[in-house]
Ligand binder design. Structure first.
Ligand code: 5GP
Length: 195
């Protein structure tokens, strides 16, 4: 999606450790008009009428998922990062290693909001090694629900998440795929899209 690529080029900052900072429009301050265009694009890429739920993870995925959901007319459920797993059987839980914070989180979703028969579109801000999405898939599978696809704002194509997920036959659509980035020069190269 050209609009997002241009914005990343203009306002994104490449940090050491393969981190792309997009705090001024995506991860801290949020450009809602840009989110709106992203939401429309996710709908175009996932036209299935079967999708009845969007699943994301707190915090950065929530805004993107909510704006997109207006084009799908479905609710958004976000997996919560939890200090303690409550073992009352009311929730599904999994563990996710955070790429940016380098720690492992317990993540939960209530059994009330993810159920067998649900057809779920996962939406998140970044795809790097794929741990966050793998955790969300684990929650969906625990519930006996089905994965319709994965919509990502920014995929770092030089990390393995996208390849692993697509290799499992999961449909992954990323609005911008960074092929390479250099924290010394600030240069960002995108994978050619077929827009
Ligand atoms: P993964 O689990 O795929 O390794 O990483 C995805 C998660 O880590 C995303 O939910 C996102 O919050 C965070 N993340 C990964 N790489 C980046 C990055 O380069 N920049 C930012 N801002 N967040 C990232």
């Amino acid at each position: 999606m050209k609009l997002l690529e241009e914005r990343i080029r203009r306002d994104g900052n490449v940090k050491p450790g393969n981190v792309l900072k997009v705090d001024s429009f995506l991860n801290h301050q949020m450009d809602v008009e840009l989110y709106n265009e992203m939401g429309k694009e996710f709908r175009r890429l996932f036209p299935s009428e079967k999708i009845n739920k969007i699943l994301t993870i707190e915090a950065s995925g929530i805004g993107i998922a909510c704006i997109a959901a207006q084009y799908f007319h479905v609710p958004v459920v976000f997996a919560k990062k939890s200090q303690s797993i409550n073992l009352d059987g009311e929730q599904y839980s999994t563990r996710i290693e955070s790429f940016t914070h380098k720690r492992v989180y317990d993540v939960i979703v209530s059994k009330k909001y993810l159920q067998k028969g649900d057809r779920v579109l996962i939406i998140d801000d970044f795809l790097a090694n794929g741990c966050a999405v793998a955790g969300l898939i684990d929650l969906i599978e625990s519930a006996g629900a089905e994965i319709e696809g994965v919509g990502i704002a920014v995929e770092k194509g030089f990390q393995e998440g996208g390849r692993l997920l697509r290799g499992k036959g999961i449909r992954v659509e990323s609005l911008a795929i960074v092929e390479s980035m250099d924290d010394k020069t600030g240069e960002i190269v995108f994978r050619e899209s077929c827009e």
